[in-house]
Design a protein around this ligand. Structure first.
Ligand code: CP
Length: 310
């Protein structure tokens, strides 16, 4: 098996060489996405289930597309419309899907650690589509893929991540992954939204955004996760936008060729203004396309693929 584990639970568990393999394989998958006929027979007869206990547009749809482009069968289960509503446990739900033939279960869950719990209880591969405030490894892989496609490397780049770091599984996975790959990671946000573990993870924390942006190769704005916050962590979204929102002036502190990224969904006018979100530095839509390629690569590698996947 090209990846050491049967599961993709977090970037903490992945070696730099495995991250490199995923990114290289995703490059081949990206070529497939450029073809008129995008389907290849690689995973014919295999079944991928998406099991989502939280809302998603990008992650769920791109895993389903990724599986379909590789000719796998797909089933989509959401907690809101499944027997979870009748009290079925996570383990029983997953085992039910497994005995129907699921080879991969892609799960999003509000509890940190839910994917680890499941992975030790099913034979199928479990892919973390975001667990609580813990990790969102496939988002970080697609972010790294997008950066590498533009900059040709990750090592030595300065990446500034701005926003609600405390509640962001995207920030956590990106910090872990980018540091492993040799990038310098700066994080900026209100002091109340900066967790204490940042230095341990290898990132440098700033409570003002301007010094974090100076000379950055990449500026990554994050969504304010109001659904995970208790009240009173910052005065108002208007105040947040004034102090931390990425606009033209703030982006100009970064390198002239800096990339602007956002994992989505965006709150326009809060984390990022429309002028820069839709401007020439923005690779936000490209991140979404690259997400399909990266998820194709992961399914291919988990289900026994070896070469470049094409
Ligand atoms: N970036 C991300 O995870 O988006 P979704 O919530 O739409 O999946």
């Amino acid at each position: 098996m090209p990846l050491k584990s049967k599961d993709v639970l977090g970037l903490k568990e992945m070696e730099p060489s495995e991250i490199e393999l995923v990114l290289d394989t995703a490059a081949s998958m990206r070529d497939i996405l450029g073809r008129t006929i995008k389907k290849v027979p690689t995973l014919r007869g295999r079944t991928v289930v998406t099991l989502f206990y939280e809302a998603s547009t990008r992650t769920r749809a791109s895993f389903e597309l990724a599986a379909k482009y590789l000719s796998a069968d797909t089933i989509s289960v959401t907690a809101a419309t499944s027997s979870v509503q009748k009290g079925e446990t996570l383990k029983d739900t997953a085992r039910t899907l497994e005995v129907m033939g699921a080879d991969v279960v892609v799960m999003r869950h509000p509890a940190s650690g839910a994917c680890h719990f499941l992975a030790s209880r099913v034979r199928a591969s479990v892919v973390n589509g975001g667990d609580g405030t813990h990790e969102h490894p496939t988002q970080a892989l697609l972010d790294m893929f997008t950066i590498r496609r533009h900059k040709g490397r990750l090592k030595g780049l300065v990446v500034a991540i701005v926003g609600d770091i405390y509640h962001s599984r995207v920030a956590r996975s990106n910090i872990i992954g980018l540091v492993k790959m040799g990038a310098e990671v700066r994080v900026a946000g209100p002091a109340t939204l900066l967790p204490p573990c940042l230095e341990e993870l290898g990132a440098r924390a700033y409570s003002r955004v301007e010094p974090a942006l100076e000379g950055a190769d990449v500026v990554m704005a994050l969504r304010l996760q109001l659904e995970r916050q208790q009240r009173g962590l910052f005065p108002s979204t208007r105040e947040y936008a004034r102090l931390y929102g990425i606009d033209r002036n703030r982006l100009s502190l970064a390198r002239p060729d800096a990339l602007l990224m956002h994992p989505g969904p965006m709150n326009r006018g809060v984390e990022v203004c429309s002028y820069v979100a839709d401007g020439p530095a923005s690779v936000i839509e490209e991140q979404v396309t690259n997400g399909v390629a990266v998820r194709m690569a992961l399914l291919y590698l988990l289900l026994g693929g070896g070469g470049d996947g094409s």
